[in-house]
Design a protein around this ligand. Structure first.
Ligand code: ZN
Ligand code: ZN
Length: 277
């Protein structure tokens, strides 16, 4: 079966997208999708861009106006009733410094779906090369996974962990593969914690749109999560533009089946629905 839901996408309500909700929805309908989840960014304490960078960001860049987001989403739901199901989702940026703020923010609205993602490590965004200064890619990736683990032990109000190994996207060497076994212990801790707490992971297909050979997370991680008993996996393109919706979704069923999954999930009212692959 084809994947009929894109559960990770952004619109102009996120600081790094200019897309109208309407253009995203139209594109999803054209792609044959039955369900989409908008998952707009909320990142508290986002760091100021390093000196010399052309794009400027600061602590306000990824602050979501959840009320206007919900207001527009509800009008879109009305407009596209019977054509596509539109879920009210959130991608919340994890940082140990803002656990409390995130908890309050997430409780403030009745989201259908919450993805927890790590975009900032030690006060720095790996999107910028300066993140890697003074350390190897291996050290950076180890810190990244450890930071994920520390955060999910403190912050619980989410459904799936976003793009688990996305740091590799920014490796300065341009090599985006990593030896999974070198990080197996810490990733096991993450997976065990998620499974015990009935939370899932996502397949984020944006990696392939960036020219990488595998999705986030890689096949070795998907297999291990399944082996440990993990069953919840959502599928998302992480599109910030209409043309990227459902990117590479044709490859997802085979990848998931190879990893041992029989279902993918869609969240509504914070509960997973299981759909056959
Ligand atoms: Zn993200
Ligand atoms: Zn995203």
């Amino acid at each position: 079966m084809a994947i009929l839901a894109d559960c990770h996408m952004h619109s102009h309500h996120s600081g790094d997208s200019d897309a109208s909700m309407e253009s995203m929805i139209e594109s999803a309908i054209n792609a044959g999708l039955e369900t989409i989840s908008f998952t707009e960014h909320q990142d508290f304490d986002y760091p100021k861009s390093p000196e010399g960078e052309t794009e400027f960001c600061d602590e306000n860049s990824f602050m979501l106006n959840a009320d206007s987001y919900l207001y527009e989403l509800l009008s879109m739901r009305e407009k596209y009733k019977g054509k596509i199901r539109i879920e009210f989702g959130l991608e919340v940026g994890l940082q140990q410094s803002c656990v409390k703020k995130n908890l309050i923010f997430c409780k403030d609205h009745e989201y259908d779906f919450i993805i927890a993602s790590l975009h900032v490590v030690g006060g720095k965004d790996p999107y910028y090369k300066s993140f890697f200064e003074g350390r190897s890619e291996k050290e950076a990736l180890t810190e990244y996974f450890k930071e994920y683990y520390e955060n999910i032990k403190k912050f619980h109000n989410f459904d799936v962990l976003g793009h688990l190994d996305y740091l590799v996207r920014y490796f300065p060497s341009g090599n985006h593969e990593y030896n999974y076994s070198e990080y197996g212990d810490i990733i096991d801790e993450i997976f065990k914690h998620l499974i015990e707490n009935e939370k899932g992971i996502e397949i984020n297909t944006k990696a392939m749109s960036k020219g990488m050979k595998e999705f986030h997370p890689c096949m070795a991680a998907l297999k291990r999560y399944r082996e440990l008993g993990g069953e919840i996996v959502t599928v998302g393109s992480d599109a910030h533009k209409p043309e990227n919706i459902a990117d590479h979704f044709d490859k997802v069923p085979d990848v998931l089946k190879e990893a041992g999954f029989k279902y993918y999930c869609i969240y509504e009212n914070r509960l997973p629905e299981y759909h056959k692959l």
